[in-house]
Design a protein around this ligand. Structure first.
Ligand code: SAH
Length: 224
């Protein structure tokens, strides 16, 4: 075998091993829905992490991204996606685009995904990755997500990936009957609770899922 061929084989073996460990970490943290696992297997997290941290993209940990924000831990992305119970025909709103990784995972499962962030730069960079991946069903926009996206509302599913003290009223209003919203609530510098809100026939139902830690939902747009 040529030297280049051997190097390619080594690289392929390394990538396969990383993927196996990545999926194992997801399963061992309770991500068991096969559709969610397949979606996460398809989206290369390495494309959403830049610079010195890129090498750690396949580890189950949050990592720093631009604008002082973080890309969430893969197992948390998996558990939140699983908790949303997305159907193939659903329109999903994500608040907190960040790197765009979570939105790209949602886009594997839903018909249409809207994702918003208060930092223009993050929205632009995430949009570039969606384009590279040929993800035509995700739209990233700059907006203060506390107000939702009234023009595209209502939504079947809403995912908030930044912590608010309480579920923002406009988001609850933009949830369809039968709709589900998953979000972390609690004080920003503490451990928060991940909750699931369902708009049922009797009104809103709240379930507490697990403790999580997210950056806070901040008012207004960023300056970058
Ligand atoms: N889902 C992201 C990680 C989110 S980090 C990923 O997959 O990488 C939380 C994001 O929420 C940050 O990018 C932050 O800028 C954004 N954010 C905080 N407050 C916001 C608000 N009011 N409106 C929109 N985005 C907000």
């Amino acid at each position: 075998m040529s030297e280049t061929g051997a190097r390619d084989d080594d690289h392929a073996a390394l990538m396969a091993e990383r993927k196996m460990r990545f999926l194992f970490a997801l399963r061992s943290h309770g991500v068991t829905d096969p559709r969610v696992l397949t979606a996460m297997e398809r989206v290369d997290r390495g494309l959403f992490v830049k610079g010195i941290f890129a090498e750690r993209a396949y580890e189950d940990m949050p990592l720093p991204i631009a604008c002082g924000q973080t890309i969430s831990q893969p197992s948390v992305v998996g558990l939140m996606t699983q908790a949303l119970r997305i159907g193939q025909r659903d329109t999903v709103l994500e608040i907190g685009t960040g790197s765009g990784y979570q939105a790209a995972v949602l886009a594997q499962l839903a018909r249409r995904v809207y994702t918003v962030d208060r930092w223009r730069r993050l929205v632009r960079e995430a949009g570039e990755v969606f384009h590279r991946l040929g993800l035509a069903n995700v739209t990233a926009m700059t907006a203060d997500g506390s107000f939702g996206l009234p023009d595209q509302a209502p939504f079947d599913r809403i995912l908030v990936t930044a912590a608010a003290e309480d579920p923002p009223g406009p988001l609850l209003q933009q949830l369809k009957p039968g709709g589900i919203m998953v979000l972390p609530v609690g004080q920003s510098d503490h451990v928060q609770k991940l909750i699931r809100v369902t708009r049922g026939e009797q009104g809103l139902e709240y379930e507490e899922l697990r403790p999580v830690r997210f950056v806070p939902l901040v008012e207004g747009l960023g300056n970058e």
